[in-house]
Every structure is written in C-alpha cells, then in structure tokens.
Design a protein around this ligand. Structure first.
Ligand SMILES: [Zn+2]
Ligand SMILES: [Zn+2]
Length: 63
C-alpha cells in the first residue's frame, strides 16, 4: 500500500485521498479546503479553485 504523500509514512484504513491527484494522505497531513482534502502539491490548485468557486457564487464582476 502506498504511503502518505505528505509525510511518507504508511496509511491505515482511516486515510484520506487528495482531491487533486488522488494521492493517499493522512487526515492530519491533508489540507482541507471547502470540504475537500489536498496534498502539499495540490494545495495551491485547491486554493485557486476555492477562490474561483467563491467568485462564481458572487456572480461575474462588472455587472
Ligand atoms: Zn502523513
Ligand atoms: Zn494532490
């Protein structure tokens, strides 16, 4: 079984999966954004998507 993408240690059945790349993560190692878990590498993308999602909820700018 693959180890955690953040700390490299093996994961038991209570692990999470990164919403970006699907890599296995510990719950305490994953970063949670808008209810989704992300690894270190996908954290930037997750934050960008969260911002984009918020912008979409507010509606397009300049109207
Ligand atoms: Zn870990
Ligand atoms: Zn990832």
């Amino acid at each position: 079984m693959a180890g955690c993408a953040v700390c490299g240690k093996p994961i038991d059945e209570r692990g999470e999966k990164c919403s970006g790349c699907g890599a296995p993560l510990h719950r305490e190692c994953a970063k949670k954004i808008l209810g989704k878990f992300y690894c270190k590498g996908c954290l930037k993308e997750g934050k960008r998507q969260a911002r984009y999602e918020r912008m979409r909820q507010w509606g397009p700018p300049g109207r």
